[in-house]
Write a protein that binds this ligand. Structure first.
Ligand code: NAD
Length: 284
């Protein structure tokens, strides 16, 4: 089954990357968000990102950003999603927001449309429970920046069927990606481990054990990681980190997932990382 039309919900960091990747691999994208202003910014970011890729991939034939953008329809109208064969949802990491979205799209989309949640931590089984198509709901945890990351974590919810997994794998292959399939549990594998690490690194800063640069350098030089936990936090977005660790805290009822007060303070202060221009580091 060759999927042609994909609905992408949420035009933030991840929705932009997913839409660009889909359009660059020949798909038609319906990109939804809640305001025209957000969609206009998304259009500019995709244009810049395609140009940037062309600049770095000098050996490959560079793509015209307008050709990519022509394959993306930017809209605030959910009704468009009745034409989508597959949905990738990338809205804000808040259960109340996702819950409303899934009950809405369940009523609008065709009965055979598959829903993929690109969530950091929310249980796929819980998301599926607000739809009448639990066997067609799956988790696809994309990595950031999406067009450059060839691997994703795929999550099998309690009711996710084998055909749904095959359809999702097929779409990922069309997007040039492979996956590792894991069972559903809050945070899955990646974020159950990563969010704890990042949160603890923020406690280390709060306790003045070391500077931001020193913490990141320890992970890079001692462990060979490409990025340290605080740089990673800035890339993901501190608001998304806070929401994810709160989901883990609520889901497991385990105090080891309590968010660091410094993380909360930074989010309240608008220091959301790269996307806001400032987090643990300053970005121009
Ligand atoms: P973001 O804050 O950059 O973007 C979220 C977007 O969702 C915003 O543009 C917001 O306006 C939009 N939105 C909110 N309510 C909506 C609605 N009802 N309908 C349509 N759009 C709506 O967040 P992000 O970093 O792109 O994360 C999106 C999802 O992807 C989250 O669930 C997050 O946990 C997950 N995720 C993030 C990363 C990462 O590195 N940032 C990686 C993997 C998964």
């Amino acid at each position: 089954m060759n999927i042609q039309v994909v609905g992408v919900i949420g035009a933030g960091v991840m929705g932009i990357g997913v839409s660009q990747n889909l359009a660059q691999t020949g798909h038609h994208v319906l990109l939804l968000d809640i305001s025209e202003e957000i969609l206009e910014r998304a259009k500019q970011e995709i244009r810049n990102s395609v140009r940037f890729q062309g600049f770095f991939n000098k050996n490959e034939k560079s793509e015209n950003p307008d050709d990519i953008l022509n394959r993306i329809k930017f809209s605030t109208n959910y009704q468009l999603l009745e034409d989508a064969e597959f949905i990738i949802e990338n809205a804000t990491e808040k259960w109340e927001i996702k819950k409303d979205i899934y009950s809405k799209i369940d009523a609008i989309c065709q009965p055979n449309t598959v829903f993929a949640a690109n969530t950091s931590a929310i249980s796929i089984t819980r998301i599926a429970s607000v739809t009448k198509r639990a066997s067609q709901v799956i988790g696809i945890h994309f990595m950031n920046p999406v067009p450059m990351k060839p691997m994703v974590e795929m999550i099998r919810g309690y009711h996710t069927s084998d055909p749904t997994i095959e359809i999702a794998k097929n779409l990922l292959a069309q997007m040039g990606k492979e996956c590792i399939v894991v069972n559903d549990s809050p945070g899955f594998v990646s974020n159950r481990v990563l969010m704890l690490t990042i949160n603890e690194a923020i406690f280390v800063i709060q306790d003045q054990v070391a500077s931001v640069e020193e913490v990141d350098r320890i992970f890079k030089t001692c462990f060979g990681h490409k990025m340290g936990p605080l740089e990673t936090a800035d890339l993901i977005g501190l608001d998304t980190i806070l929401s994810s660790i709160e989901v883990l805290y609520d889901s497991f009822n385990d105090s080891k997932y309590r968010p660091s007060p410094l993380l909360k303070k930074m989010v309240d202060a608008g220091l959301h990382g790269r996307k806001s221009g400032r987090g643990f580091y300053i970005y121009q």
